[in-house]
Structures are given as structure tokens and as C-alpha cells.
Ligand binder design. Structure first.
Ligand SMILES: Nc1ncnc2c1ncn2[C@@H]1O[C@H](COP(=O)(O)OP(=O)(O)OP(=O)(O)O)[C@@H](O)[C@H]1O
Length: 309
């Protein structure tokens, strides 16, 4: 039974295999209205399959999906959910305004076409024929198409993949304005800095399962919020794991120094200098989401295994 304010997204025990290959291995996920969530994971983690099931494009083998309490297809048809669908080709001879007007006419409570154009930052493209749009412009028209029904939830699979830096900035500006009005956004991305900058919550997938889920800061805290890098002559990284406040120790990229991931960088630094007075070239910095990602998924974004410590 649904409550009066259902979740924007509710996935339970969601599972999908392609032959022998398990793409999504039974995931549970609840997203409240108003959240902006980034779905991350290496290639083949199951992100697109999850999104496709949420949009009713692929049926799950088992498990449940509701979007604002409704079945995905119904939610999409009702304009409750907006999506940038890559496979939909635009009518080449129609102008951007004509395309948006047509979509608006198919929905019960659309936003004004001018509003969608403004939000997507493509006011100047309104009279342009679809055939004459660049790849990045086409993506922003697709965004306007997703916005016109005035959905409560936007689901975007790698929305900025073919955009240049300027288009990407304009896109996130539009997304920020949309989210600021209390709407929910779920997006997948290969750009970790996008997740860090624009999502309040990150969900990390690997091999069809969710391996971390929480606010960006909390996910990073799980792997140690800060790193201390130092040259410690005659000491191997594993020996430094015993220091208080240290949760991980690996050789640095330069091969000489060691990187300590710390839950308490002040305590770790004090102990390091007290026990290893020869330590030098010390550097402290915040861990990046990239580091958290590698540590939690054991893979880089291309899906290649990364040696564990
Ligand atoms: N139509 C399909 N037929 C067969 N296997 C598929 C199909 N779609 C996806 N898969 C497989 O399911 C797994 C998950 O793929 P999916 O595209 O969901 O991952 P992803 O996280 O979106 O990856 P990427 O970042 O590369 O887009 C992969 O092993 C993929 O090869």
C-alpha cells in the first residue's frame, strides 16, 4: 500500500540477467522527493540496465519499481517522470519549438514551452530545425523535451557524455534550477567531479550491486576523509597501518612516498612524526571522490581491476 507521500523512486529486490550474465543482482533503493542522486560505477556495473528498468524500457526478471508510487510506464506516460532518451530521433524538418510544442500537447499539465527553452538554456535555438543541431545542442533539446511535461523526477543516463565544457556548464546550471524547485534528479555519469559538484547523494554500483550509498561527504568519510602523503625512509606502507587514525596505506604514484588514508589526519600525522622522525615531504589533503570510488568498487571507471592494498 502506498503512503500519502510516496518515494520518488522505490526499487526493491530488482534483478535482471542477460543469459548467463547478471546485470543487476537484486538492488534496493529509495529516493525521497527533492533528492539529487548520482549513480556511479565502472563500465558494466549495471547502471544503464537499472535506469532502463526504471523507465520501463527493459522488464526486470524480478523485483519491484515504483516512481511516485506508480508503475514506470504509467509515470512516464503521465509526465511524472522525464527522461533524455538517446534512441529517440528528432523530427529533422521540425523546429525545436515545434517539437517541444508537440510534446507539451501530449501532456496534461506541461510547463510553457518558453519555460522549458529557458531552463534548458536554448532560447536561441527555438526556431532552429532539428537537422541543423550539433551533438551538444541536440542533448540540450533532449533535456528540454524531458522538462516540458514538468516532471517531478528526471532520470538521466550519462546526460553530459557528448557535451563540451561550455555545454556541460550550461546543462548543470539548468539542472540546478530544476532541482532548486524541489524536483528529484537521478543521473549516471562517468565524471566523478560532476557527482561531487551536483549530487547530494551518491550511489556506487559494482557487479550489479550497490556497494556504497550516502551523501558525498559520508561516502568519502567511509574510506578516510583525508590523506597524508609522506616520504618515510626505510618503512614499507603496511607497517604504517598500525598508526592511530590511519585506515589505509599505499605507495604513492611516484613510487617513493606513501599515501595514508586517515579517519583522523591530525592524530595520524602526530603519530607518524613521533614514531618515524625521518618522515619528510609531508602533504595533507582531502580525499577525492575518485579515490573513494576506486577504494569502494576496487575498479577504476573503465572497469579495470585496481590492485587492492
Ligand atoms: N542488451 C544486453 N544484452 C546482453 N548483455 C547486456 C545487455 N545490456 C547490458 N548487458 C550486460 O549487463 C552488464 C551491465 O551493463 P550496463 O550497461 O547496465 O552497465 P553500465 O554500468 O551502464 O555500464 P557503462 O558505464 O559501460 O554504460 C554488462 O555486463 C553488460 O555487458
Amino acid at each position: 500500500m502506498e503512503r500519502s507521500t510516496p518515494h520518488a523512486v522505490a526499487l526493491s529486490g530488482l534483478r535482471k540477467s542477460y543469459g548467463e550474465r547478471t546485470a543487476v543482482a537484486g538492488i534496493d533503493l529509495l529516493i525521497a522527493p527533492g533528492e539529487v542522486v548520482a549513480l556511479l560505477g565502472p563500465n558494466g556495473a549495471g547502471k544503464s540496465t537499472t535506469v532502463d528498468m526504471m523507465l520501463g524500457l527493459t522488464p526486470p526478471d524480478s523485483g519491484g519499481i515504483t516512481l511516485f508510487g506508480a508503475d514506470p510506464r504509467r509515470a512516464l506516460a503521465d509526465g511524472v517522470v522525464g527522461a533524455m532518451l538517446q534512441d529517440v530521433t528528432l523530427l529533422e524538418d521540425a523546429t525545436v519549438r515545434e517539437i517541444l510544442t508537440m510534446i507539451a500537447s501530449m501532456h496534461r499539465a506541461p510547463m510553457p514551452v518558453a519555460g522549458a527553452l529557458r531552463l534548458a538554456g536554448i532560447g536561441e535555438l527555438a526556431e532552429r530545425r532539428a537537422a541543423r543541431l550539433s551533438g551538444g545542442q541536440t542533448q540540450r533539446v533532449r533535456l528540454a523535451m524531458a522538462l516540458v511535461p514538468d516532471p517531478g523526477l528526471l532520470v538521466l543516463d550519462e546526460p553530459t557524455a557528448v557535451m563540451d565544457v561550455t555545454a556541460r556548464r550550461a546543462f548543470w546550471h539548468a539542472m540546478g534550477a530544476f532541482a532548486a524547485s524541489g524536483r528529484t534528479v537521478l543521473f549516471t555519469t562517468h565524471y566523478l567531479e560532476e557527482a561531487e559538484a551536483h549530487a547530494g547523494r551518491v550511489v556506487l554500483m559494482r557487479d550489479g550491486t550497490i556497494v556504497a550509498d550516502g551523501p558525498v561527504g559520508a561516502v568519502m568519510a567511509r574510506v578516510g576523509g583525508r590523506t597524508v602523503t609522506a616520504l618515510v625512509p626505510g618503512v614499507r606502507p603496511p607497517e604504517l597501518l598500525a598508526l592511530p587514525g590511519v585506515v589505509g596505506a599505499e605507495p604513492a604514484g611516484d613510487g617513493h612516498r606513501v599515501v595514508l588514508r586517515c579517519s583522523d589526519s591530525d592524530g595520524a600525522l602526530r603519530a607518524l612524526l613521533a614514531r618515524h622522525p625521518g618522515a619528510r615531504d609531508v602533504e595533507i589533503r582531502s580525499a577525492s571522490l575518485e579515490e573513494a570510488f576506486v577504494l569502494l568498487t576496487g575498479a577504476n571507471l573503465a572497469g579495470e581491476e585496481v590492485a587492492a592494498r
